[in-house]
Design a protein around this ligand. Structure first.
Ligand code: F6P
Length: 374
């Protein structure tokens, strides 16, 4: 097969494991005699007139990076080429730069793009294909685990591990003060992190977007624990959790360049309400970007390395465009059509939800002693 020239980029919020993907994809390409370039800061390295917008990736450049957090290429949340920030008369205005991007990509002689990103990046990759990009292989990244058609995204295991460790630590101080502690975790409109960390970290209540909550069942659960001599309670709240009939708690509504709202603040709101209802002291804390910081767990590192090599394999085998995905522990190529614009939320009949209910955890939707009562 003729030598090929491949570009890789990383877009959206970073996730531990990005550098492992870059390393595996680069080494797999070099082994085949192919050339690999990294695009800096999402698509910015192709669109802005900057001399260091593209980095040649060679063995030296990807040496010793698999365990490192962040991304050696950089990433942006306001880099959608279809709504690209450009100087206007009164500040930055969104412009469609997708045609410039495709033209530059082709002029530089690239044969394919490996786009490492979350749901937003997969939607952009899909639209770029329609605009004329020759070939795209997506790699599903996000701590939120909300990308469709893959059992898991890399970054998720690390986020759950960090959140679980935080819950372990918060137990001792919360118990010592006989308080309520409400811990907010990321996840956007999916509760994967809250659910998994909540179960593993021994939370008493889990609030997640898939199950709108009411305050009274949560207060009741806390009173019940108090009556059993467990005078403290830990609540894990996904940032996208919402009370029944209530609204999402947002920090920033988004703008013309980043249309998704920035969520945040639900833990504080829940803590205040629970303090009022139970008469107990309540504290809240937001784990936020800590869940994305630092290196990947071994599981995430391995998954990211497998995804990176598989992306290159898909190109070698001429499978066409798609996204590499983990399904029943096999890596497959799935259609970007099936992934773009969709969100994978937690199924309410999933084993983890059933496990939590069987252990008496409360989701705020019904009395938590529901199994005991039946
Ligand atoms: O999608 C990953 C994620 O970490 C979400 O969980 C969170 O809502 C969002 O990114 C935060 O984005 P930012 O880095 O812009 O604060």
């Amino acid at each position: 097969m003729a030598a090929r020239k491949i570009a890789i980029n990383t877009g959206g919020g970073d996730a531990p494991g990005l550098n492992a993907v870059i390393r595996a994809a680069t080494l797999a390409a070099i082994e085949r005699g192919w050339e690999v370039w990294g695009i800096r800061q999402g698509y910015r390295g192709l669109l802005d007139d900057s001399p260091d917008g593209l980095i040649r990736l060679d063995r030296e450049r990807v040496r010793g990076i698999a365990h490192l957090g962040g991304t050696i290429l950089g990433t942006v949340n306001r880099g959608d080429p279809f709504h690209y920030p450009m100087p206007g008369e009164h500040g930055l205005v969104p412009r469609d730069r997708s045609e410039d991007l495709v033209r530059r990509f082709r002029a530089l002689g690239f044969d394919a793009l490996i786009a490492v990103g979350g749901d937003g990046s997969m939607r952009i990759a899909h639209q770029l294909l329609e605009r004329g990009l020759p070939l795209v292989i997506g790699v599903p990244k996000t701590i939120d685990n909300d990308v469709c058609c893959t059992d898991v995204t890399f970054g998720f295991d690390t986020a759950v591990s960090i959140a679980t460790e935080a819950l372990d630590r918060l137990h001792t101080t919360t118990e010592a003060h006989e308080r309520i502690m409400v811990v907010e975790v990321m996840g956007r409109h999916a509760g994967w992190i809250a659910l998994n960390a909540g179960i593993a970290g021994g939370a008493d209540v889990i609030l997640m977007p898939e199950i709108p909550f009411q305050y009274e069942p949560i207060a009741e659960k806390i009173r019940l624990r108090d009556s059993r001599g467990r005078r403290f309670s830990i609540v894990v709240a996904a940032e996208g959790a919402c009370s029944q009939g209530g609204e999402l708690v947002i920090k920033d509504a988004g703008d013309a360049f980043r249309r998704a709202a920035v969520l945040g603040g639900v833990a504080e709101r829940v803590a205040k309400e629970l303090a009022t209802r139970t008469g107990k002291e309540a504290r809240s804390m937001v784990l936020g970007h800590l869940l994305r910081g630092g290196g990947p767990t071994t599981a995430d590192r391995l998954l990211a390395l497998r995804f990176g090599a598989a992306a290159m394999r898909a190109l070698v085998e001429d499978c066409g465009s798609g996204m590499v995905a983990l399904r029943a522990n096999r890596i497959e190529l799935v259609s970007l059509d099936d992934v773009a614009g969709k969100t994978k939320t937690v199924p309410l009949d999933s084993d983890a939800v059933v496990t939590a209910r069987e252990m008496g955890l409360c989701f705020g939707d019904e009395p938590s002693d529901h199994f005991a009562a039946t």
